[in-house]
Design a protein around this ligand. Sequence first.
Ligand code: B16
Ligand code: MG
Length: 220
Amino acid sequence: MAEIKACIFDLDGVIVDTAAHHFVAWSHLADELGVEFSKEDNENLKGVSRVDSLEYILNKGGLVLDAMTKLQLMDRKNELYLELANQTTKDDLLPGIEAFLIELKNLGIRIGLGSSSKNAPMILELLGITSFFQSVVDGNRITLSKPDPEVFLMGAKELAVQVNQCLVFEDAQSGIDAANAGGFHVIGVGDAKTLNGAKAVIPGFHQMNWHSILHLLRGE
Ligand code: B16
Ligand code: MG
């Protein structure tokens, strides 16, 4: 295995848990549209871009809307989301993630963000961790949503590493598929029963360090 020189982190579900905010906002909108929206639907939307998430809901309800109405609905969803996400603070960092970022920085391992969210830079600021990242690729910069590998390929390029020298951390199946499609090493974050195709799945970064991650990656 090539030496790992960089790590790329997904944001929602890996660094901070904003899935609950996305759920509240999409539920509200789906309700207005008369479409049923369950927790399971929300799971399916993890890592999925805003526009593709709206299409999923419209599809579910058998609704066809014009482009202008869709834009208005996405703006509204984002307003609802931001009302909650704007309250994010350092306390919302998931357990162990900051210590892990500090360890990587001290080891000289490059750090990137690979998120589908257009709000990612603002959330990093609110969490107070922007300075850890040498590359931030977010939903504003990509044209193809996960499971396309574009978001991670752009990150690897900016971090000046080959894909096989780069480890991706992802909580969404679409993100794991994206990392695999790009030829990256990938570790899932969440439930091993529901995430497929990762080298290993960890519940989070609590009690994890670089040494234990490398062991998992090598299948030891
Ligand atoms: P926004 P990630 C993703 O972020 C979320 O998981 C997904 O639920 C959301 O729809 C998407 O960002 C777009 O977010 O509306 O803020 O642009 O997991 O890729 O960091
Ligand atoms: Mg995610």
